[in-house]
Ligand binder design. Structure first.
Ligand code: ATP
Ligand code: MG
Length: 316
């Protein structure tokens, strides 16, 4: 399994609210190469979450097409989309989306359970994912016993536990202070190289934008030319503090992935990408506890009308 490529062609999304039409996306064309780390920026309401939802197959474009590895996905059945999400995608949310009564280990095991992995595999894979984010020693902690940054690292472990090829993140650092945000983002980026997945993330965080391979800005549902967007210009005009510059100037090479260990204080070399079992046909969710509010990886509860992202969804 290798990182996924994405192609979005001529995508529009019109929401009808009573007599009012909201043209959330107005003709989006974007290609993301395997292993690219793309930051989507833009003002509130510019269409970032709508675009992420459409790439995730959680919502469908009004017109236009979406391809994953060259295969059209926007016209798949709900059932096939759900399978695709379970197998190939991981999700990270602003509000972490961890179940409060479960330990870090159990939270990370959830998507593995949904994907049909047996008990032994689940334990091993969740442990490996927690190792990767440097939280081996926090495996038995519940979310409230963890800092915000640690909680988001658990959420990253949960997103990567199944070995996804694409990670979609909506404001993953929105609730973290800037230093923690940088650590979390650096970790995600290093993991994307080491574990071979593509990342598309929305962010308002300019520190984070500097770390992406590519920044795309949405203005009123349209992508603007690189460097031409309002936010992007403002970011560029703002002088950086020497402290930030030291981070920003750090080499961002392939080898920086091996710096992962030092980022989280863990040996990450031991993690071998897990082999997947054959996907269960009727993927049973044996958790019995439902999904975290607005939180868990996509499961059978998904529908085009309900998004897992943090924004409370309105009617469509
Ligand atoms: N389900 C929906 N029904 C109606 N309108 C919607 C729906 N979802 C989003 N919109 C509208 O579409 C536009 C784009 O919303 P979207 O959530 O994609 O913005 P965003 O860029 O993610 O904003 P933020 O930074 O605040 O999260 C907004 O005007 C929003 O009100
Ligand atoms: Mg949003």
């Amino acid at each position: 399994m290798t990182a996924a490529s994405i192609e979005v062609r001529g995508v529009t999304r019109l929401f009808k609210l009573g007599s009012e039409d909201v043209q959330a996306l107005q003709g989006i064309d974007i290609s993301v190469e395997p292993r690219q780390f793309v930051a989507l920026i833009g003002r509130s309401g510019s269409g970032k979450t709508t675009l992420l939802n459409i790439i995730a197959g959680l919502d469908r474009p009004t017109t236009g097409e979406v391809y994953l590895d060259g295969n059209r996905i926007d016209n798949l059945s709900e059932r096939d989309l759900t399978k695709l999400r379970r197998r190939d995608m991981g999700f990270i949310f602003q509000s972490f989306g961890l179940l409060p009564l479960l330990s870090a280990q159990e939270n990370v095991e959830l998507p593995l359970r949904i994907a049909g992995f047996g008990h032994g595999d689940r334990t091993r894979m969740a442990r490996s994912a927690l190792d990767l984010v440097g939280l081996t020693r926090r495996a038995n902690h519940r979310p409230y016993e963890l800092s915000g940054g640690e909680q988001q690292r658990v959420a990253i472990a949960r997103a990567i536990a199944t070995g996804p090829r694409l990670i979609l993140a909506d404001e993953p650092t929105g609730e973290l202070d800037s230093t923690t945000a940088r650590i979390v983002f650096n970790l995600l980026r290093a993991l994307s190289r080491e574990q071979d997945f593509t990342v598309v993330t929305c962010t308002h965080d300019r520190l984070v934008m500097d770390m992406a391979d590519r920044v795309e800005e949405l203005v009123d549902g349209r992508l603007v030319a690189p460097g031409e967007g309002e936010l992007w210009k403002r970011v560029r005009e703002t002088a950086r503090s020497p402290f930030e510059a030291a981070f920003v100037g750090a080499p961002q090479t392939e080898e920086s992935a091996s710096g992962l260990s030092s980022l989280v204080g863990a040996d990450t070399t031991a993690f071998a990408k897990p082999e997947r079992p054959a996907a269960p046909e009727n993927g049973t969710n044996g958790t019995g506890s439902g999904q975290p509010e607005g939180g868990a990886p996509a499961d059978e509860a998904d529908s085009t009308a309900s998004s897992p992202w943090a924004r409370p969804q309105q009617r469509s």
